[in-house]
Design a protein around this ligand. Structure first.
Ligand SMILES: *Cc1c(COP(=O)(O)O)cnc(C)c1O
Length: 964
C-alpha cells in the first residue's frame, strides 16, 4: 500500500523501499492515500485521476512533460541541503540600523507563538467567534501602538515601514484640505522608504519633494509630509514647527517613528502629527533579512474611517458579553474595489502578535529599561569616540550616531568587519552606527577600536570617561504614564506568560484542529519541516542590507526559488520583493506600465477586470494609475467573450492590461483562456494572471505559457507559508522576458519600481516554500494539484444532492474549489450564510469563504492536504445542517427558533438555567458526530457587529466600561 502511494507521489521503482524514497514527504503532505483516491474517484465517477484531470483542465493549456524540478527528497535530506545554504550566510553583529535592529525574542514567545501551529496556521479573523484569541492579541497590539504614538486609532498591522509610509501619503491625499499635488518627504527618511514612496506616487501623478524640512518645506505646495523621528542617520529633531506649518496650509503631517525610541520620546500625537507609521520589528521579531515584521499605523480619531488595513474592535455577543471582532469591515479598502485607495489585504498578523507579546513580556517598566539602556550605551559610545578624536556628527539622538571618517569610511568599515561587526556606509566620509537590545559594553569597546583604529588607547580612554547624560532635548522627553492598561503588567513571570498565550491559542480554530475550507485561500498543510528553518540564526539574524559576501546562502536560496517558480509557471524571470499577493499585483501592473511607457505608449491606462475578480485586483489597478473597466461574466461564471470584445474595441488604443484569475474565482477552468489572452494581446494589451489559484495548476498548466505576461504567486497559499492569522505572506511575481527590465529594483539603493522596504521582501519565510518545492519535486507537486482537484470534486459531488453547486466546467467538473449556492434556501426559509457558517462552528469547523465571489454563497476549497475522513466529516456536517434547514422549511420551527440562528453554542448555553429553546442542548452542542472529548467550544456566542460599529472601541478597554 505504501508503495502505491509513494509511486504516485513520484518515487522510481528501482530505489523504492530503500529508505530514500522520493515520494515520502508527498505522501505525508497529501491527505488521501492511493486507496482513498481510488474510492473517491468512484464517488465522483472518474476511472483515474488522469481522466478526472482531462475532464477538468482544458486540453488546450495542458502542460505535457515535467516542469524540471526533479524528484522530491525526504524531509531530513531537504533540511540538510538547506543547512548547507544557511552555513554560507555569516551572522555578524549588525550596527547598520536603517530601520532594522537586532532584538531578543524571548524563548517563551518564540516557542509558544512564532513556532506554534495554533498561532501560525490560523486564518484572518473574519469569523470572530473562532478567533477570539488572536483578536485579543491584535487588540493588545493596537493598544500598544496607540500608547506609543499618542494617537487615537491604530490598525492591526501593515506590511513594512516603507509601504506604511506610502499608505500614509495616500491617506493624506484622501483627507487633506489642501488641493496641492505634491508630497514632501524628509530627506532623513530611510532611503528604502523614500524609494517606495516614489514608486507609489508616480502613477498617481503626485510629485515627491525630498528635502530638509527645516529649509525646504513649502507647506502651501504640498498636501502632506512625512518626517522620520529620529532621522535615519540618528539626528533627533523637533518637528512641531513643521507640523504647524503644514496644518496652517491644510496639509497632513505624518511621522515615521521608531517605537522603541518612543518609550523615551514625546509621542507623535503630542507633537501634533495626524498619522504615525513605523516598524515594530525591534519588539522581538528577528531582522530576517527584511521580514516578516509588522508595520504599524495610527491616526487621529477624525480619520478612523480612512485608515487602511484591518482594525480589531470590541463588541458584544448574542448574550451581551464582550467579544472581539474586526471593526468597520466594510471600510476595508480592497472591498471598495476601484474606489479603493489601498490594496492591503494580507498584512502581518503573526509578527504583530509577537510584538504585542514582547510588550507584555517586558511590561512598561521593562520596555523603558531596554530603551534607556540602549540610549545610555549610545551616549557612552559617542563620548568615547569623541575622546578618541573622532567627529560624531549627531548631536541629539536615541540609538544611532553618524561619524565623520575623514573619507576613511572603507577603512573603518573594514576594521569593523574584522571585529565581526557591520556598520552602515552613509558615504565616503561617514559611517552610521546603531545600537540595540543586544549591544554590550564589549560591543561599544570594539566600535571604539574599529572607528579610531587605535585599539591600544581604548582602555585608557574608557578609564577617563564619566557617565554621559541623555542627549534627548528636553522638549522631546516623554512625560506621563505609558501602557497603564492592566494587560501590560499582567504577565510578570514566565508561567503567567506561557498560560496567557496558551489560553488565547485555545480559543481559536486553526489548522491544527480541523480543516479550514476557505475558497481562494488555500489553507493547506504547513509542514513542521518547512517551518523549522525560519528561526535558524543564519536566516533570521541577518540584516536586509548586509554585504553580499555575508549572504551567499540567501543568494543561493533566492536563485533556487526563482528558478523553481519559473519552472512551475513558465515565466522567464521572478522578483521576490512583494510582501503579499496584493503587493505582487501592484508590482506586476507597474511592470506593465513601465513596458508600455518605454515603448512610447503613454496613453495605455485601461485595465479590464472581470466582475468576479478579487477586490485587490481593481484596488491595485487604481494604485497603478489605471482606469478599471469591468468585463461581464456569463451565466456559467466565465468571462463573457462578446462583452470582452466590445470593451477591447472601445478602449483599443488605451488598453493597458487585463487582470484575470485562473482558474476563475468561480472555481472553473475557463476553456477559452487562450482566446482571452490572444484578444488582449492583439489589441496591444498585457495579460495579468492573478496566481492566487495556482494550486489548481502546478504541474498541469503554466500561466506563462498559455498567455500570461505576469502573475503573482501567493506563497502563503500554494507554497505553504502559513497564514499566521492574517499574515505574513509573500507575493513574488513572475514575468515574461519582455517585462523583466521593469521588475522592482533594490529599495535601499533607490531602485526604480521599489515595492517593499527590503529587496527580497520577507526573506525569512522563503525557506518554507523552498522546502515544500524541494521535498515534493515535480511528481509530488503535480500529485498535490491533482488531489486538490479531486478533493474539491469529491465535496461537490457529495454535497450536490443537498445544495446546488453554482458553476461547473464544460464537463461538469469544478476546479480546486467549488461554490455552493445558499440563496434558494434563504428565499425558502430565511436561513442566512452566516447561520450556516456559525452552525459549522458547533461541528468544529471553520466556515468556507462566505459571499465571495458571489453574495449568498459558500466557496469551499479543501486542498490536497485534507484526508478523505476529514472531507467526509465536513460533508456530513453540511448535510446535517441541511436537515436542520429542512426542518425550518417544513414548518417544524421558525428560523429564529432554530439552532441555526443561535449558533455557535457555548458553555453558557449548556449551563443556562433558563434554557427554553425549541431544540435540546445535546443536539445544539454536540451535533452530528461531534465527540464530547474533542469538542471545540466557541468562547463567545454570535457577535453583534452592528453594536460594535456603533460603539467603536479599538484598544484594550477598561474592563468596567463594558461590564457595567
Ligand atoms: C488572496 C487573494 C489575493 C490577495 O492576496 P494577499 O496576499 O491577501 O494580498 C488576490 N487575489 C485572489 C484571487 C486571492 O485569493
Amino acid at each position: 500500500m505504501l508503495a502505491v502511494t509513494s509511486s504516485s507521489c513520484g518515487s522510481s521503482s528501482l530505489w523504492q523501499d530503500t529508505g530514500d524514497d522520493a515520494g515520502a514527504f508527498c505522501a505525508r503532505h497529501v491527505g488521501p492515500d492511493a486507496h482513498d483516491v481510488a474510492a473517491m474517484l468512484r464517488v465522483v465517477g472518474a476511472d483515474t485521476l488522469d481522466t478526472l484531470m482531462a475532464q477538468t483542465v482544458p486540453g488546450s493549456i495542458r502542460l505535457d512533460g515535467a516542469m524540471g524540478l526533479g524528484a522530491g527528497v525526504p524531509e531530513h535530506v531537504a533540511l540538510a541541503r538547506l543547512r548547507g545554504m544557511a552555513s554560507e550566510n555569516r551572522v555578524l553583529t549588525s550596527l547598520i540600523g536603517q530601520g532594522y535592529y537586532d532584538t531578543i525574542l524571548p524563548g517563551v514567545i518564540q516557542r509558544n507563538v512564532l513556532e506554534n501551529p495554533a498561532w501560525y496556521t490560523a486564518y484572518t479573523p473574519y469569523q470572530p467567534e473562532i478567533s477570539q484569541g488572536r483578536l485579543e492579541a491584535l487588540l493588545n497590539f493596537q493598544t500598544l501602538v496607540i500608547e506609543l504614538t499618542g494617537l487615537d486609532v491604530a490598525n492591526a498591522s501593515l506590511l513594512d515601514e516603507g509601504t506604511a509610509a506610502a499608505e500614509a501619503m495616500a491617506m493624506a491625499r484622501r483627507v487633506a484640505k489642501s488641493k496641492a499635488s505634491a508630497f514632501f518627504v524628509d530627506a532623513a527618511c530611510h532611503p528604502q522608504t523614500i524609494a517606495v514612496i516614489r514608486t507609489r506616487a508616480e502613477p498617481l501623478g503626485w510629485q515627491v519633494v525630498v528635502g530638509d524640512p527645516a529649509t525646504d518645506l513649502d507647506a502651501q505646495a504640498v498636501f502632506g509630509a512625512v518626517f522620520q523621528y529620529p532621522g535615519s542617520t540618528g539626528e533627533l529633531r523637533d518637528p512641531r514647527a513643521w507640523i504647524e506649518k503644514l496644518h496652517a496650509a491644510g496639509a497632513i503631517a505624518a511621522l515615521c517613528a521608531d517605537p522603541l525610541a518612543l518609550m523615551l520620546l514625546q509621542s507623535p500625537g503630542a507633537l501634533g502629527a495626524d498619522i504615525a507609521v513605523g516598524s515594530m520589528q525591534r519588539y522581538g521579531m528577528p531582522m530576517g533579512a527584511g521580514g516578516p515584521h509588522a508595520a504599524y499605523m495610527a491616526v487621529r480619531d477624525a480619520f478612523r474611517r480612512n485608515i487602511p488595513g484591518r482594525i480589531v474592535g470590541v463588541s458584544i455577543d448574542a448574550r451581551g458579553k464582550p467579544a472581539y471582532r474586526l471593526a468597520l469591515q466594510t471600510r476595508e479598502q480592497h472591498i471598495r474595489r476601484e474606489k479603493a485607495t489601498s490594496n492591503i489585504c494580507t498584512a502581518q498578523a503573526l509578527p504583530a502578535i509577537v510584538s504585542s507579546m514582547y510588550a507584555l513580556y517586558h511590561g512598561p517598566v521593562g520596555l523603558k529599561a531596554i530603551a534607556t539602556r540602549i540610549h545610555k550605551l549610545t551616549t557612552i559610545l559617542a563620548a568615547g569616540l569623541r575622546a578618541l578624536g573622532a567627529e560624531v556628527v549627531t548631536q541629539a539622538f536615541f540609538d544611532t550616531i553618524t561619524v565623520n571618517t575623514g573619507v576613511q569610511t572603507d577603512a573603518v568599515i573594514g576594521r569593523a568587519l574584522d571585529a565581526g561587526m557591520n556598520l552602515r556606509r552613509v558615504d565616503a566620509a561617514h559611517v552610521g552606527i546603531s545600537l540595540d537590545e543586544t549591544t554590550t559594553p564589549d560591543t561599544v569597546r570594539a566600535i571604539w577600536a574599529a572607528v579610531s583604529g587605535d585599539a591600544a588607547r581604548v582602555a585608557q580612554v574608557e578609564a577617563g570617561l564619566s557617565a554621559a547624560g541623555s542627549t534627548i532635548p528636553e522638549g522631546l522627553v516623554r512625560t506621563g504614564e505609558l501602557l497603564a492598561q492592566p494587560i501590560f503588567s499582567a504577565c510578570q513571570s514566565e508561567t503567567d506568560m506561557l498560560r496567557y498565550m496558551r489560553r488565547l491559542a485555545d480559543r481559536d480554530l486553526a489548522l491544527d484542529r480541523s480543516m479550514i475550507p476557505l475558497g481562494s485561500c488555500t489553507m493547506k498543510l504547513n509542514a513542521t519541516a518547512e517551518m523549522l528553518p525560519i528561526t535558524w540564526p543564519e536566516f533570521c539574524n541577518i540584516h536586509p542590507f548586509a554585504p553580499a559576501d555575508q549572504v551567499r546562502g540567501y543568494a543561493r536560496l533566492f536563485t533556487d526559488l526563482e528558478r523553481m517558480l519559473c519552472q512551475i509557471s513558465g515565466y522567464a524571470a521572478v522578483s521576490l520583493q512583494p510582501n503579499s499577493g496584493a503587493q505582487g499585483e501592484f508590482a506586476g501592473l507597474m511592470a506593465i506600465r513601465g513596458y508600455h511607457r518605454a515603448r512610447g505608449d503613454m496613453g495605455r491606462d485601461v485595465c479590464l477586470i472581470p466582475a468576479s475578480a478579487h477586490g485587490t485586483n481593481p484596488a491595485s489597478a487604481q494604485m497603478a494609475g489605471m482606469k478599471v473597466v469591468v468585463v461581464a461574466c456569463d451565466s456559467n461564471g466565465n468571462v463573457d467573450i462578446e462583452d470582452l470584445k466590445a470593451r477591447i474595441a472601445k478602449h483599443a488604443d488605451a488598453l493597458a492590461a487585463i487582470m484575470i484569475t485562473y482558474p476563475s474565482t468561480h472555481g472553473v477552468f475557463e476553456e477559452n483562456v487562450r482566446e482571452i489572452c490572444e484578444l488582449v494581446h492583439a489589441a496591444g494589451g498585457q495579460v495579468y494572471v492573478d496566481g492566487a489559484n495556482l494550486n489548481a495548476q502546478v504541474g498541469l498548466a503554466q500561466p506563462g505559457v498559455y498567455g500570461g505576461d505576469v502573475s503573482h504567486f501567493n506563497l502563503h497559499k500554494t507554497f505553504c507559508i502559513p497564514h499566521g492569522g492574517g499574515g505574513p505572506g509573500m507575493g513574488p511575481i513572475g514575468v515574461g522576458a519582455h517585462l523583466a527590465p521593469y521588475l522592482p529594483g533594490a529599495p535601499q539603493d533607490g531602485g526604480a519600481n521599489a515595492i517593499s522596504a527590503a529587496p527580497f521582501g520577507s526573506a525569512d519565510v522563503l525557506p518554507i516554500s523552498w522546502m515544500y518545492m524541494v521535498m515534493m519535486g515535480d511528481a509530488g507537486l503535480k500529485r498535490a494539484t491533482e488531489v486538490a482537484i479531486l478533493n474539491s470534486n469529491y465535496i461537490a459531488t457529495r454535497l450536490a444532492a443537498h445544495y446546488p453547486v453554482l458553476y461547473q466546467g464544460a464537463n461538469g467538473r469544478v476546479a480546486h474549489e467549488c461554490i455552493i449556492d445558499l440563496r434558494p434556501l434563504k428565499d425558502e426559509t430565511g436561513v442566512t450564510v452566516d447561520d450556516i457558517a456559525k452552525r459549522l462552528v458547533d461541528h468544529g469547523f471553520h466556515a468556507p469563504t462566505v459571499s465571495f465571489p458571489v453574495a449568498g454563497t459558500f466557496m469551499i476549497e479543501p486542498t490536497e492536504s485534507e484526508s478523505r475522513a476529514e472531507l467526509d466529516r465536513f460533508c456530513d456536517a453540511m448535510i446535517a445542517i441541511r436537515k436542520e434547514i429542512s426542518a425550518v422549511a417544513a414548518g417544524e420551527l421558525t428560523i429564529e427558533e432554530s439552532p441555526l440562528r443561535h449558533a455557535p453554542h457555548t458553555v453558557r448555553d449548556l449551563t443556562d438555567p433558563d434554557w427554553a429553546r425549541a431544540y435540546d442542548r445535546a443536539s445544539a452542542c454536540l451535533p452530528g458526530a461531534v465527540h464530547p472529548a474533542s469538542k471545540y467550544w466557541s468562547p463567545v456566542n454570535r457577535l453583534d457587529n452592528a453594536y460594535g460599529d456603533r460603539n467603536l472601541i479599538c484598544s484594550c478597554p477598561d474592563m468596567s466600561t463594558y461590564e457595567a
